[in-house]
Design a protein. Structure first.
Length: 482
């Protein structure tokens, strides 16, 4: 049993008020149950292991002089946690001194020990054996959430995985505050899943169940762009009609809202929120388009094979270009099929690189370098990508114009979603007095140019792009639960 499985078992036991007792208490709970001997052995292993590694939760006083409320922004790419008390709202360091943490987990191959955030990325990029997982938020509401995934030979459910990620954030915050957190507002996109209300509700229900399993007794949800507006509202002078543009790793969300210091004091903000819209597009989709445009062709994408000059199958390349699907390619069957085709390909050097990536399980490293290109092109007109883990001499030159062309269609879809928000609010673009830009994808030059063209006369607010949602959720939690 891996440490993550043990950890999740303890969360379940705690939820049922078992884990807080002694080994004798647990043994008593299991008396008379089917499979007593197996459960008894598991309970012993759990308790002994936890006593050794110190995973039992600290016990906090039941009373606090000042109530504490929590906001959690579980993002596709990055996550943050903020605390609100009666006097202040502030971010908690969730990874060493960092107030944001990459939404990434790495499972060591030897024992499936879990690492989080930057530590996870570092172990993966240093080529430690194991499995990296990113974009976990995109699994919510999908069939994969129920099916689970094989991790180093062990089947894990995604609710286990997400719970472990969020729990390590919660424990850091509780240690920092000195009290157990019971009240939380969690962020959510306007649409977890596009054009599927049932899947969208299922995603929220799954996230709520996970939060409850972590010990949160009161769980609320708020649209992420509305939360970002709340975080910026403290700095607004007068009253402003604002458009929030929240472009994250997995979704792009928009809100038209009236902001003012007086409005911030109201418990019910329904009348201030004029419209919300969203689309399931974000930074990960830009990574995918850039990968298909410049990275995958170096691995044989759109090359041909056989006497009929057919294009090689493309699904490998599409899955290698998407964070949430890369891991599913690392199978013996996929590698065998690719090697069979290698005999007939007209570009054996490039197609051989694909096989190398599959065998070495280095698809995430390719995507990480793709992400580096995207970031590098924010301030430069060109970027040289280096992929020595595929071929020691392989370098790829990428110009910003190529990136812009690759993401132009999705950028236009995002702009259209913003216009739809204006239409739903019944206002024209020139009525917007303040544009709040949040989320890492708003740094992309083409995105900046497109929105400045849409709102040429508006003021701009771009502070705390990776953490404003978390802060706003804490403001909302205090308003709801105090």
């Amino acid at each position: 049993m891996c440490l993550l499985s043990i950890h999740y078992c303890v969360l379940t036991l705690q939820r049922n008020r078992i884990a807080s007792g002694s080994l004798r208490d647990i043994d008593h709970k299991l008396q008379g149950s089917p499979g007593d001997s197996v459960l008894h052995l598991i309970s012993i292993l759990i308790c002994i292991t936890l006593q050794i590694i110190g995973h039992l939760r600290p016990q906090f006083p039941n009373t606090m002089a000042t109530p504490v409320f929590c906001g959690i922004d579980f993002g596709t790419s990055n996550s943050s946690l903020a605390i609100a008390n009666q006097d202040d709202v502030f971010l908690i360091p969730v990874e060493n001194d960092h107030k944001t943490i990459p939404s990434a987990m790495f499972f060591a191959r030897k024992d499936n020990e879990a690492f989080f955030g930057r530590a996870a990325m570092e172990r993966f990029l240093n080529r430690n054996p194991g499995r990296l997982m990113r974009s976990l938020k995109r699994v919510l509401g999908t069939p994969a959430m129920r099916q689970g995934t094989m991790v180093n030979g062990e089947l894990m459910k995604f609710d286990q995985i997400v719970a472990a990620f969020l729990d390590q954030m919660k424990q850091k915050a509780e240690a920092d505050c000195g009290t157990e957190l019971k009240h939380v507002v969690m962020g959510r996109p306007v649409h977890f899943v596009d054009n599927d209300p049932a899947a969208d509700q299922r995603a929220e229900d799954e996230l709520k169940a996970i939060a409850k399993s972590l010990g949160f007794g009161h769980v609320g949800f708020q649209f992420e762009p509305i939360a970002a507006a709340f975080a910026h509202e403290a700095r607004v002078t007068g009253e402003k009609l604002a458009m929030v543009v929240d472009l994250g790793g997995g979704t792009s969300d928009f809100t038209v809202i009236r902001l003012s210091k007086d409005n911030a004091l109201k418990h019910d903000r329904t009348s201030d929120i004029l419209a919300n819209t969203g689309v399931r597009l974000g930074g990960n989709d830009f990574d995918k388009d850039l990968s298909l445009a410049r990275m995958m062709p170096e691995l044989g994408f759109r090359t041909t094979y056989g006497t009929k000059n057919l294009e090689v199958p493309s699904y490998h390349y599409f899955d290698l270009s998407e964070w949430s699907k890369v891991n599913f390619l690392y199978t013996n069957r996929t590698i065998f099929q690719a090697k069979q085709l290698l005999r007939e390909t007209h570009s054996p050097e490039k197609y051989g690189r694909l096989i190398n990536v599959l065998e070495q399980e280095s698809g995430h490293a390719v995507l990480a370098e793709t992400e580096n290109i995207k970031i590098g092109l924010t301030n430069s007109d060109a970027y040289v990508a280096s992929l020595p883990f595929i071929d020691k001499d392989l370098q790829i030159n990428v110009e910003r114009e190529v990136f812009n062309a690759a993401i132009s269609t999705k950028t236009q879809r995002i702009i259209e979603a913003a216009k739809q928000c204006l239409e739903s609010a019944g206002i024209a673009a020139d009525a917007i007095g303040l544009v709040i830009m949040t989320g890492g994808s708003t740094e992309i030059p083409l995105i900046q140019e497109s929105f400045r063209a849409l709102f040429p006369a508006a003021e701009w607010s771009e502070e705390n792009k990776l953490s404003s949602v978390g802060l706003g959720l804490a403001y909302d939690a205090r308003s709801r639960f105090s």
